[in-house]
Design a protein. Structure first.
Length: 270
Protein backbone atom coordinates (compact mmCIF):
# COMPACT_ATOMS: atom_id res chain seq x y z
CA UNK A 1 0.00 0.00 0.00
CA UNK A 2 1.32 3.39 -0.96
CA UNK A 3 3.86 2.12 -3.50
CA UNK A 4 4.04 3.99 -6.80
CA UNK A 5 3.59 1.44 -9.57
CA UNK A 6 3.40 1.14 -13.34
CA UNK A 7 0.56 -1.01 -14.62
CA UNK A 8 0.10 -3.30 -17.61
CA UNK A 9 -3.46 -3.99 -18.76
CA UNK A 10 -5.02 -4.77 -22.12
CA UNK A 11 -7.77 -2.17 -21.71
CA UNK A 12 -9.81 -0.17 -19.21
CA UNK A 13 -7.15 2.33 -18.14
CA UNK A 14 -9.01 5.52 -19.13
CA UNK A 15 -10.49 5.64 -15.63
CA UNK A 16 -9.78 7.23 -12.28
CA UNK A 17 -9.70 3.86 -10.48
CA UNK A 18 -8.48 0.60 -11.99
CA UNK A 19 -8.17 -2.91 -10.65
CA UNK A 20 -5.42 -5.23 -11.96
CA UNK A 21 -3.69 -8.39 -10.72
CA UNK A 22 -0.57 -7.67 -8.63
CA UNK A 23 1.51 -9.53 -11.25
CA UNK A 24 0.70 -6.75 -13.73
CA UNK A 25 2.20 -4.03 -11.54
CA UNK A 26 5.84 -2.94 -11.40
CA UNK A 27 7.44 -0.54 -8.91
CA UNK A 28 8.36 2.83 -10.44
CA UNK A 29 12.07 3.66 -10.27
CA UNK A 30 13.30 6.61 -8.23
CA UNK A 31 12.80 9.97 -9.92
CA UNK A 32 10.29 8.79 -12.52
CA UNK A 33 7.15 10.89 -13.04
CA UNK A 34 3.71 9.28 -13.36
CA UNK A 35 3.53 10.55 -16.95
CA UNK A 36 6.81 8.80 -17.80
CA UNK A 37 5.58 5.64 -16.05
CA UNK A 38 2.41 5.71 -18.17
CA UNK A 39 4.57 5.99 -21.29
CA UNK A 40 7.11 3.31 -20.40
CA UNK A 41 5.75 -0.19 -20.20
CA UNK A 42 3.77 -0.96 -23.36
CA UNK A 43 6.07 0.87 -25.75
CA UNK A 44 9.42 -0.03 -24.25
CA UNK A 45 8.59 -3.70 -23.56
CA UNK A 46 7.41 -3.97 -27.18
CA UNK A 47 10.46 -2.20 -28.62
CA UNK A 48 12.89 -4.13 -26.38
CA UNK A 49 11.52 -7.59 -27.17
CA UNK A 50 11.24 -6.84 -30.89
CA UNK A 51 14.80 -5.51 -31.16
CA UNK A 52 16.64 -7.85 -28.80
CA UNK A 53 14.61 -11.04 -28.31
CA UNK A 54 13.40 -11.40 -31.90
CA UNK A 55 15.74 -9.04 -33.76
CA UNK A 56 18.97 -10.05 -31.95
CA UNK A 57 20.27 -6.50 -32.55
CA UNK A 58 24.07 -6.32 -32.51
CA UNK A 59 26.73 -3.64 -33.14
CA UNK A 60 27.15 -2.34 -36.71
CA UNK A 61 23.69 -3.44 -37.86
CA UNK A 62 20.91 -1.42 -39.50
CA UNK A 63 17.26 -1.05 -38.51
CA UNK A 64 14.22 0.40 -40.29
CA UNK A 65 11.70 1.90 -37.84
CA UNK A 66 8.29 2.90 -39.19
CA UNK A 67 6.26 5.59 -37.39
CA UNK A 68 9.56 6.59 -35.80
CA UNK A 69 8.08 9.59 -33.95
CA UNK A 70 5.38 7.52 -32.20
CA UNK A 71 5.53 5.69 -28.88
CA UNK A 72 7.18 2.42 -29.95
CA UNK A 73 9.26 4.31 -32.52
CA UNK A 74 10.85 6.69 -30.00
CA UNK A 75 11.43 3.78 -27.59
CA UNK A 76 13.10 1.73 -30.34
CA UNK A 77 15.38 4.63 -31.32
CA UNK A 78 16.58 5.04 -27.74
CA UNK A 79 17.14 1.29 -27.37
CA UNK A 80 19.08 1.16 -30.67
CA UNK A 81 21.36 3.85 -29.24
CA UNK A 82 22.36 1.48 -26.41
CA UNK A 83 24.12 -0.68 -29.04
CA UNK A 84 27.30 0.47 -30.76
CA UNK A 85 27.15 1.90 -34.27
CA UNK A 86 23.58 1.00 -35.25
CA UNK A 87 22.30 2.73 -38.39
CA UNK A 88 18.67 3.82 -37.94
CA UNK A 89 16.31 4.53 -40.84
CA UNK A 90 13.11 6.16 -39.56
CA UNK A 91 9.94 7.02 -41.47
CA UNK A 92 7.89 10.05 -40.39
CA UNK A 93 6.40 13.19 -41.92
CA UNK A 94 8.96 15.87 -42.83
CA UNK A 95 8.01 18.19 -39.95
CA UNK A 96 9.35 15.60 -37.49
CA UNK A 97 12.73 14.99 -39.13
CA UNK A 98 14.74 17.50 -37.09
CA UNK A 99 13.41 15.98 -33.88
CA UNK A 100 14.24 12.48 -35.15
CA UNK A 101 17.80 13.46 -36.05
CA UNK A 102 18.31 14.93 -32.58
CA UNK A 103 17.10 11.68 -31.03
CA UNK A 104 19.55 9.58 -33.07
CA UNK A 105 17.89 8.63 -36.36
CA UNK A 106 20.64 8.42 -38.98
CA UNK A 107 18.36 8.71 -42.01
CA UNK A 108 14.83 10.15 -41.57
CA UNK A 109 12.56 9.41 -44.55
CA UNK A 110 9.36 11.24 -45.46
CA UNK A 111 7.03 8.36 -46.34
CA UNK A 112 4.43 10.79 -47.73
CA UNK A 113 6.58 12.13 -50.56
CA UNK A 114 9.13 9.33 -51.08
CA UNK A 115 9.21 5.58 -51.58
CA UNK A 116 10.96 4.58 -48.35
CA UNK A 117 12.22 1.29 -49.83
CA UNK A 118 13.98 3.18 -52.65
CA UNK A 119 15.44 5.68 -50.16
CA UNK A 120 16.83 2.87 -47.99
CA UNK A 121 18.40 1.16 -51.01
CA UNK A 122 20.08 4.39 -52.16
CA UNK A 123 21.99 4.44 -48.88
CA UNK A 124 22.20 0.71 -48.20
CA UNK A 125 21.86 -1.22 -51.49
CA UNK A 126 21.73 -4.58 -49.72
CA UNK A 127 18.91 -3.44 -47.42
CA UNK A 128 18.74 -3.62 -43.62
CA UNK A 129 19.21 -6.22 -40.88
CA UNK A 130 15.93 -5.60 -38.99
CA UNK A 131 12.59 -4.10 -40.01
CA UNK A 132 10.01 -3.16 -37.37
CA UNK A 133 6.63 -3.40 -39.10
CA UNK A 134 3.56 -1.86 -37.43
CA UNK A 135 1.87 -1.24 -40.80
CA UNK A 136 0.77 -4.58 -42.28
CA UNK A 137 -0.63 -5.19 -45.74
CA UNK A 138 1.65 -4.54 -48.72
CA UNK A 139 4.19 -2.78 -46.47
CA UNK A 140 5.05 -6.13 -44.86
CA UNK A 141 6.01 -7.47 -48.30
CA UNK A 142 8.17 -4.38 -48.90
CA UNK A 143 9.77 -4.92 -45.49
CA UNK A 144 10.60 -8.56 -46.24
CA UNK A 145 12.17 -7.59 -49.58
CA UNK A 146 14.29 -4.95 -47.81
CA UNK A 147 15.97 -7.51 -45.55
CA UNK A 148 19.57 -8.51 -46.00
CA UNK A 149 20.38 -12.24 -45.83
CA UNK A 150 19.92 -13.30 -42.16
CA UNK A 151 17.65 -10.28 -41.70
CA UNK A 152 14.60 -10.27 -39.44
CA UNK A 153 11.17 -8.79 -40.05
CA UNK A 154 9.06 -8.32 -36.92
CA UNK A 155 5.43 -7.42 -37.52
CA UNK A 156 3.57 -6.01 -34.52
CA UNK A 157 0.57 -4.07 -35.81
CA UNK A 158 -1.70 -3.28 -38.75
CA UNK A 159 -1.85 0.53 -38.81
CA UNK A 160 -2.83 0.43 -42.49
CA UNK A 161 -6.34 -0.61 -41.38
CA UNK A 162 -6.90 2.92 -40.09
CA UNK A 163 -7.08 5.71 -42.64
CA UNK A 164 -9.20 8.33 -40.90
CA UNK A 165 -11.65 8.95 -38.08
CA UNK A 166 -13.72 5.82 -38.68
CA UNK A 167 -13.00 2.24 -39.66
CA UNK A 168 -12.65 2.17 -43.42
CA UNK A 169 -14.01 -1.12 -44.80
CA UNK A 170 -12.26 -0.59 -48.13
CA UNK A 171 -8.92 -0.04 -46.37
CA UNK A 172 -9.52 -3.16 -44.27
CA UNK A 173 -10.35 -5.25 -47.33
CA UNK A 174 -7.34 -3.92 -49.24
CA UNK A 175 -4.98 -4.55 -46.30
CA UNK A 176 -6.36 -8.05 -45.84
CA UNK A 177 -6.01 -8.78 -49.57
CA UNK A 178 -2.42 -7.51 -49.60
CA UNK A 179 -1.44 -9.30 -46.40
CA UNK A 180 2.02 -10.82 -46.61
CA UNK A 181 2.15 -14.59 -47.01
CA UNK A 182 5.13 -16.92 -47.32
CA UNK A 183 5.73 -20.63 -46.92
CA UNK A 184 8.54 -22.44 -45.10
CA UNK A 185 10.33 -23.45 -48.30
CA UNK A 186 10.50 -19.85 -49.54
CA UNK A 187 11.92 -18.79 -46.18
CA UNK A 188 14.57 -21.47 -46.44
CA UNK A 189 15.73 -20.17 -49.83
CA UNK A 190 15.73 -16.53 -48.70
CA UNK A 191 17.72 -16.90 -45.43
CA UNK A 192 15.37 -14.48 -43.68
CA UNK A 193 13.17 -14.59 -40.57
CA UNK A 194 9.59 -13.37 -40.07
CA UNK A 195 8.32 -12.87 -36.51
CA UNK A 196 5.02 -11.72 -35.06
CA UNK A 197 4.70 -9.85 -31.76
CA UNK A 198 1.66 -8.84 -29.69
CA UNK A 199 2.18 -7.80 -26.06
CA UNK A 200 -1.55 -8.19 -25.39
CA UNK A 201 -1.19 -11.98 -25.61
CA UNK A 202 1.69 -12.18 -23.13
CA UNK A 203 -0.52 -12.12 -20.01
CA UNK A 204 0.70 -15.50 -18.77
CA UNK A 205 4.41 -14.77 -19.32
CA UNK A 206 4.90 -13.12 -15.94
CA UNK A 207 8.59 -14.05 -15.40
CA UNK A 208 9.53 -13.10 -18.96
CA UNK A 209 7.90 -9.67 -18.68
CA UNK A 210 9.40 -9.06 -15.22
CA UNK A 211 12.89 -9.72 -16.59
CA UNK A 212 12.32 -7.28 -19.48
CA UNK A 213 10.93 -4.58 -17.16
CA UNK A 214 13.94 -5.05 -14.81
CA UNK A 215 16.28 -4.40 -17.76
CA UNK A 216 14.27 -1.33 -18.79
CA UNK A 217 14.24 0.10 -15.27
CA UNK A 218 18.00 -0.41 -15.14
CA UNK A 219 18.43 1.46 -18.45
CA UNK A 220 16.16 4.26 -17.20
CA UNK A 221 18.15 4.57 -13.96
CA UNK A 222 21.37 4.83 -16.02
CA UNK A 223 19.81 7.63 -18.09
CA UNK A 224 20.01 5.58 -21.30
CA UNK A 225 16.26 5.65 -21.96
CA UNK A 226 13.66 8.30 -21.13
CA UNK A 227 10.04 8.16 -22.29
CA UNK A 228 9.26 11.05 -24.63
CA UNK A 229 5.99 12.79 -23.70
CA UNK A 230 4.37 14.74 -26.52
CA UNK A 231 1.47 16.17 -24.49
CA UNK A 232 -0.73 15.57 -21.43
CA UNK A 233 -4.54 15.92 -21.62
CA UNK A 234 -7.27 15.72 -18.96
CA UNK A 235 -10.08 13.18 -19.47
CA UNK A 236 -12.53 15.86 -20.57
CA UNK A 237 -10.26 16.67 -23.54
CA UNK A 238 -9.93 13.08 -24.76
CA UNK A 239 -11.28 14.04 -28.22
CA UNK A 240 -8.55 16.67 -28.66
CA UNK A 241 -5.95 14.16 -27.48
CA UNK A 242 -7.13 11.62 -30.06
CA UNK A 243 -7.09 14.31 -32.75
CA UNK A 244 -3.46 15.07 -31.90
CA UNK A 245 -2.59 11.48 -32.86
CA UNK A 246 -5.02 11.20 -35.74
CA UNK A 247 -3.54 14.26 -37.42
CA UNK A 248 -0.08 12.77 -36.82
CA UNK A 249 1.10 15.83 -34.89
CA UNK A 250 2.57 13.98 -31.92
CA UNK A 251 6.25 13.26 -31.33
CA UNK A 252 6.25 10.76 -28.48
CA UNK A 253 3.38 9.76 -26.22
CA UNK A 254 -0.01 11.40 -25.80
CA UNK A 255 -0.97 10.95 -22.13
CA UNK A 256 -4.39 11.13 -20.46
CA UNK A 257 -4.74 12.23 -16.81
CA UNK A 258 -7.99 12.30 -14.76
CA UNK A 259 -8.01 16.09 -14.43
CA UNK A 260 -6.09 19.12 -15.67
CA UNK A 261 -3.02 20.04 -13.56
CA UNK A 262 -3.88 22.86 -11.16
CA UNK A 263 -2.36 26.28 -11.93
CA UNK A 264 -0.58 26.36 -8.55
CA UNK A 265 1.26 23.11 -9.22
CA UNK A 266 2.24 24.37 -12.68
CA UNK A 267 3.73 27.52 -11.11
CA UNK A 268 5.54 25.44 -8.49
CA UNK A 269 7.13 23.35 -11.27
CA UNK A 270 8.26 26.50 -13.08
Amino acid sequence: VGDKVMVLARSGLWQEVVNVPATQTFPMPEGMSFEEAAALLVNYITAYMILFDFGNLRPNQSVLIHMAAGGVGTAAIQLCKTVENVTIFGTASASKHDSLKESGVTHPIDYRTMDYAEEVRKISPKGVDIVLDPLGGSDTTKAFNLLKPMGKLITYGVANLLTGQKKNLMAMAKTWWNQFSINALQLLHQNKAVCGYHLGYMDEEVELLRSVVAKLVNLYSQGKIKPKIDSVWPFDQVAEAMRQMQEKKNVGKVILVPEAPKEESKKAEN
